[in-house]
Design a protein around this ligand. Sequence first.
Ligand code: ADP
Ligand code: MG
Length: 571
Amino acid sequence: MMPESPPRPRRIRILREEVSRKIAAGEVIDRPFSILRELLDNAIDAGASAIDVFLEAGGLGRIRVVDDGAGMGREDLADCWKPHATSKIESEDDLLRVSTLGFRGEALASIAICSRLTITSCEAANEPAHRLEVVGGVVQGIEASHGRQGTVVDVAELFFNFPARKKFLRSVSAESSLCRAIFIDRAVSHPAITFRLFTDGEVKLSLPRASHVERISLSYPQQIDPRMLFESAARGNGFAAEVVAARPEVRRRDRKLIQVFVNRRRVSEYSLMQAAEYGFSGFVPGGWYPIAFVFIDIDPGLVDFNIHPAKKEVRFRNLPEVHSSVVAAVRAGLGTAKLSQSPFEPARLRKAVSAPAAGGGALPFLPPEKSLPPVQADTAGIRFLGQVFGVFLVFELSGRLLILDQHAAHERIIYERLGTRVPKLQEMLFPLSFDVSEEEEGRLEANLEDLAGMGIQIRRVGSRSYEITAISDDFRPLREDVLVELVRGAGGEEWREALRATAACRLAIKEGDAVDPMTARELCAQSLRLAVPRCPHGRPLWHELSEDELRKLVDRPPVTASGPGASSPPA
Ligand code: ADP
Ligand code: MG
């Protein structure tokens, strides 16, 4: 026998009826994966650093979850399977700030009723272990046992006493894949915990403690290459948003890999999935979806999970704020990951080329549904042949070969727009503060209005201390330090030009960026409308060759006397 140690405090209580009545209940344990979900949540709530899951016959034969968490003493073990027994909340007020995954005190009770449930638990290495067995809701006994610190929950003979429920189960392989999906959901949101999944004695997944990026790519080895992932974060009042997403080249036809987790629970919160998608707009073409894992860590007082018995739904006090943070995080990540800025972005380049731009000025907007803008006679026949050397887009039109510098062309188009459009300012979620020198302050003060007119609103917050409070969409993709640098230069020689040129350069697609055919054609059509077909630094945007010039290069006779089409690009 072990030496007597003072008894550990009990943790589990049976909820008073006034409290249990307030809890969204009802979901029965109806299939193996819902049992696995509850057991995983309990292991995580117990503070486990490693969790092993053993499934037999897709969970229909056996589900066993082994953790190294806090464990239970004899008394707690004796109570844990009773209805409304929980250590996680006590009063109705606690419901307003639940920080654990569980809180209903119902899972073990429902499992105990429809299976042979055995729980072995031990609170610490030098404490005795105990084993509880409940069959079909009837306690068989609780006895001393052996075990390391932690808990082993074993659920066997599922629904042996509920033949009707058994009929609703699907095949072993279907149940098995539902279990695997739940396992992955929990693993993805808890990268600091080591997880292993064994099915019918074989290791199926082994996920060592890892970073979020590693955990996600190991959990979806077929779909996600870790080199394609980037991370980004944003903060708000009482919450933080973290996004792990794949570069936009890796896109999907479905939304399966747009996943939202709130306080580490996977939730079906459509508006936040949509926020992630929205952050990618302009990078992922229509009909495709990005890969994005969104993790919101929020003050439990700002969310309510007590809506759905399986806690799949959540209500936010501040959904709009969380929504814009997710968008901001995705955008920031796309920006710093130096990803291609595709002109697909509706606000940026879905502009008509139907009307010639007066003086090379602003191009009218096209409704976003019209993905292919109508083009004039001289550009209607643009045939995109492809991209060469990572920077040139090659087109055939009107009997000519046109070679366009993708970066320079896009840069010029943006540059023109920055000079002519009246910017629509948008409040920044988090004002960007910065300090300036005395000299800079003088110039900045003199130009605050001008800056606002160009799309950057600034507020003085103290001596030589300012905040950018609102910016136009045009400047949004700029890195914060770049934006601040540009603003500091305000009022100096030619700063207006510099602001436009730098912004245009940063926003434009780069050398090496992939460009899809539709974007390429738009770029070509718009370039042809420019009054000055040169980049803001003065380099020409394109080189063209007529068919005859090409023939001449290889000593072929010219095609016809009439020569190439009359509508050549403006020089
Ligand atoms: P809930 O998780 O909502 O509290 P459960 O029925 O899932 O309700 O579990 C009841 C109680 O049993 C928990 O509150 C917890 O104290 C205890 N318990 C369950 N599983 C474990 C575990 N793996 N390790 C330690 N304690 C556990
Ligand atoms: Mg639980």
